[in-house]
Design a protein around this ligand. Structure first.
Ligand SMILES: C[S@@+](CC[C@H](N)C(=O)[O-])C[C@H]1O[C@@H](n2cnc3c(N)ncnc32)[C@H](O)[C@@H]1O
Length: 243
């Protein structure tokens, strides 16, 4: 997969690129490219925003600059799926992540200030994605969240021993939350690891884990009135990544 990120602060992604799953995914031939809107803004000011028509606080990212940034990156060629990061977009969940990771080429556009000129939403974007119903100062953290989610789903990103499909909300657990994990020591301040996990009985461990996932799904459904996120049913597949 090729993932492009457009931002005013591409250096914000330095840390992300040092992360093991991202490095693994890149080694497998995937690409993560960063673009700065300012490189497509006219010198000497390189201004990318302006005040809103009709008045009001803040600055708005200009449609001509964003259009030029996309033009500079892709020319007249085939465009990737263009995703605007917005607080009001489609909420990111595992299903949307699966949809995006199935695309060969995705571009994410990070907003800043008051956000994007509406014509960017209308004419340049294919999708709008939100990481939650709250407002951050910019799209860089949301883009990092999406990039992290997508990259760890790519084959080879997590190494051989594990796969994102086995995590919470993934296919193996049929969308349910993952079961609890424990490691050494077996007892700490009287807090014990459940006996079954020390039993060596893989079938019992598998059943125990599945039941814990179902309990978590039920608890979520009771607390919120929503299934978590798909109806909690019998995930009959292996619920263990260690077997
Ligand atoms: C300060 S926000 C703009 C908020 C906008 N004025 C509003 O009220 O909806 C600046 C940028 O941060 C990004 N952003 C902020 N919160 C986000 C969220 N929850 N999910 C995705 N992107 C977000 C978007 O790219 C947005 O254009």
């Amino acid at each position: 997969m090729r993932l492009d990120i457009f931002s005013l602060f591409p250096e914000a992604f330095d840390w992300l690129q040092t992360q093991r799953p991202v490095q693994n995914a890149l080694r497998e031939g995937n690409e993560l490219r960063l673009f700065n809107y300012r490189d497509s803004a006219p010198p000497p000011s390189r201004k990318v925003d302006d005040s809103p028509y009709g008045g009001g606080a803040g600055m708005v990212l200009r449609v001509d600059i964003i259009d030029k940034a996309l033009q500079d990156a892709y020319g007249e060629g085939k465009r990737p799926r263009i995703v605007l990061l917005t607080p009001t977009g489609r909420l990111l969940d595992d299903e949307l992540a699966d949809e995006l990771v199935a695309e060969p080429h995705v571009a994410m556009l990070c907003g800043r200030y008051e956000g994007f000129d509406e014509r960017i939403h209308e004419h340049l974007a294919d999708d709008e994605v939100s990481i939650g119903r709250y407002v951050l100062a910019g799209g860089e953290l949301p883009a990092m969240v999406v990039a992290d989610v997508l990259m760890r789903k790519l084959p080879g990103a997590l190494g051989n021993a594990s796969s994102a499909a086995e995590d919470s909300y993934g296919q193996v657990l049929e969308g349910m939350p993952e079961y609890p994990h424990y490691t050494r020591p077996p007892v700490h301040r009287g807090w014990k690891v459940p006996e079954v996990l020390l039993s060596g009985d893989h079938e019992k461990i598998r059943e125990w884990r599945l039941e814990r996932s179902r309990e978590r799904a039920r608890a979520y459904a009771e607390a919120t009135g929503e299934a978590h996120p798909k109806p909690a049913g019998g995930a009959q597949n292996s619920a263990s990544r260690t077997e």
